[in-house]
Design a protein around this ligand. Structure first.
Ligand code: OGA
Ligand code: NI
Length: 342
């Protein structure tokens, strides 16, 4: 399949796009109002990571409380003062950008077929033959428990390894806070999800400029699998999060992490914490890049609601236990099922 970069570039005078990219059609009922998060008294929560790790007990307990509220009410939050060097974040974005500049032949070497392929270059969504195509190229690679990475461009391996080590540390600390916020022991998630052999992967997305941003979409509404995703971006707007029946623009400072709850955290928390739908829009002038590091359970770990969580609800959400690997295989076969909130 032709990459979006190639499509956007080889037709320099592109004023229309192939109809397969028509996402916003009149009978597509995803037209929720778009608002800015300032509309809400409780705008997208910001978590000061330094207080979580080295604050006073009072500060820590306040942050844990805020963290719990963020996971319940938004499923998304912004993490500041996380200690990961800005220079490392920048060079990670630049180097992933270099990957997309390789020739199509070089990139095709990494063309993936299966969601469990440790390196997967593709366009649209996991190469799925969906009816509508998406204005996005991506490279995914598994970095933990075993490190995989494209051999080109130079430096990508080293930089990704360091970047993922650092984001992994932040994710673990956040998961400790999240455990406590659920009333569980600090190390609960870490242990129950076998994070020592947890699946951690990078997904770098490139959204080239699009002549019809009102018709095409970068990524349709979806939720993420795994436990916790840490996202950074190149400063170009596009990410929107569903909140109280609206699409809320999420354009934080590029030095911060955008963190969201994945489907497996929702399952583990018995639905207390929400894996919220989000989408990526494209624009006419600027290429957008986002780099995600997705932190999940070990592939062979069965994820089911934590039995330790007490239910006050009369009708608790039911989730069947399933191995993370089986979930991903199921997703592979029903890749369309989670594309729309309905
Ligand atoms: C994703 C995703 C959002 C973005 O890749 O799962 O939600 O801003 N990306 O690129
Ligand atoms: Ni996502």
């Amino acid at each position: 399949m032709i990459s979006i970069k190639q499509l956007a570039e080889t037709r320099g005078d592109l004023t229309s796009i192939p109809t397969a990219y028509n996402f916003f059609t009149p009978n597509n009922d995803i037209h929720l109002p778009v608002v800015s998060d300032e509309l809400y008294e409780d705008s997208i929560p910001t978590i000061d990571f330094s207080l979580l790790t080295s604050g006073t007990p009072e500060q820590r307990s306040k942050i844990v409380n805020d963290l719990g509220k963020a996971c319940r009410d938004w499923g998304f939050f912004v993490v500041i003062n996380h200690g990961v060097p800005e220079s490392l974040m920048k060079v990670m974005i630049e180097t992933c950008g270099e990957f997309f500049k390789l020739s199509e032949e070089e990139k095709q070497e990494y063309a993936g077929k299966d969601i469990l392929d440790p390196i997967f270059y593709g366009t649209s969504i996991n190469g799925a033959a969906t009816q509508v195509l998406f204005w996005r190229d991506f490279i995914k690679f598994f970095v933990h428990p075993k490190f995989h990475c494209p051999t080109k461009p130079t430096g990508l391996g080293e930089i990704s390894m360091e970047y993922c080590k650092r984001t992994g540390e932040v994710a673990r600390e956040l998961m400790k806070g999240i455990s406590v916020s659920l009333g569980l022991e600090e190390g609960y998630i870490e242990k129950a999800m076998n994070l020592d052999s947890g699946l951690q992967f990078v997904a770098a997305n490139l959204y080239p400029p699009c002549p019809k941003p009102d018709v095409a979409i970068g990524l349709p509404p979806h939720s993420d699998y795994g436990l916790l995703t840490l996202l950074i971006h190149n400063g170009v707007c596009g990410l929107q999060v569903q909140h109280k029946g609206n699409w809320v623009n999420l354009n934080p400072n590029p030095n911060a992490f955008v963190v969201n709850i994945g489907n497996h955290m929702e399952i583990l928390s018995k639905g207390k914490y929400k894996s919220v739908f989000h989408r990526a829009l494209v624009n006419e002038t600027d290429a957008r890049m986002s780099i995600l590091v997705v932190h999940g359970p070990a592939l062979e770990t069965v994820v089911s609601p934590a039995p330790e969580l007490v239910d006050n609800e009369t009708n608790p959400p039911a989730f069947a236990g399933m191995k993370y690997r089986e979930y991903l295989e199921m997703l592979q076969s029903k890749i369309h099922a989670r594309l729309s909130p309905k």
